[in-house]
Ligand binder design. Structure first.
Ligand code: ZN
Length: 285
């Protein structure tokens, strides 16, 4: 199944994207795709509704904005330097343990929403990533069972301001958390439709130029390992999102660096999971 959310930012309604391309409103049956939905068997109920022909489900207005396909999560856990080429282009050594950091959930954004350059920013960068949405509470979960805790997968862009991230002390979160820095979508593909999350191509284009082009098989730490690993340090609750790292080709890694400017267009895609498209715009301030 493919889950979508549509409508005004912060007031989205749940829906589904059907195999025939139709987008149907599921808000008559379901409140939202949030922690409670996943925790209370919502996915199974949604599947029943879809298998039954989506009774009462009206078509979504084709002009409606798409929001991120799940409600703003309780946590947005990111994995740094999880692809060899990216770890090397960032000038570091290869990590021997997954590098984890948090991104503020207020950065949550829709698949086609603009990305806004924060005030004082000089080094805006892009990072295409495979995002994992948690469907079942994961605490000290064994690697052999960790994928059972996954509701589905989506395309994610971990927008980053490298000066805030690297030149201003402290943790990376300063450079990762501005509003609009966490677009996800365009839909959530349920895990049953992704037989192997380590076999997906992912790419990022800036103004049509291919900048990142890799596949998830190049991850240093697999999705299976990461979910188990993270669950040793915190409980992942339904609806939480794990961004699994970006491959090489970010602006910071180029000589000279080619950071994003107002007017640029960033397109991120993961094979079979759909694409995001962000226009880069200056902040009003
Ligand atoms: Zn990242």
């Amino acid at each position: 199944m493919k889950l979508i959310r549509f409508g005004e930012a912060g007031h989205e309604d749940p829906g589904v994207l059907l195999a025939d391309g139709r987008r149907l409103d599921a808000s008559g049956e379901f409140h939202d795709y949030d922690e409670g939905f996943f925790a209370s068997g919502g996915l199974e109920a949604l599947k029943e509704w879809v298998d039954g022909g989506c009774p009462g489900g009206l078509e979504v207005d084709p002009m409606a904005r798409l929001g991120p396909p799940v409600d703003r999560p309780s946590k947005l856990v990111c994995v740094g330097k999880n692809y060899r080429a990216h770890a090397l282009e960032m000038g570091g050594e290869l990590p021997t343990e997954p590098t984890l950091f948090m991104k503020a959930t207020s950065a949550w954004s829709g698949p086609n929403d603009d990305v806004v350059i924060p005030r004082g920013a000089r080094k805006l960068d892009y990072e295409v990533e495979l995002a994992v949405v948690i469907g079942r509470t994961a605490s000290y979960v064994d690697e052999r069972e960790s994928l059972d805790c996954v509701a589905g997968f989506a395309t994610f862009c971990d927008f980053s301001e490298r000066a805030f991230q690297q030149e201003m002390g402290g943790q990376w979160m300063k450079g990762k958390s501005a509003d609009t820095f966490a677009p996800m979508g365009p839909w959530l593909t349920t895990a049953d439709e992704v037989p192997d999350p380590q076999k997906l191509r992912l790419s990022c284009k800036v103004n049509g130029e291919l900048r990142q082009n890799s596949w998830t098989g190049d991850m240093l730490f697999s999705v299976r390992y990461l979910i188990s690993y993270i669950s040793r340090f915190m409980t992942l609750v339904p609806g939480d999102v794990v961004a699994t790292g970006t491959p090489g080709g970010v602006a910071m890694g180029m000589t000279p660096p080619r950071f994003l400017q107002a007017g640029d267009c960033v397109e991120c895609g993961v094979e079979g999971l759909g694409s995001l498209k962000q226009r880069v715009v200056a902040s009003g301030g």
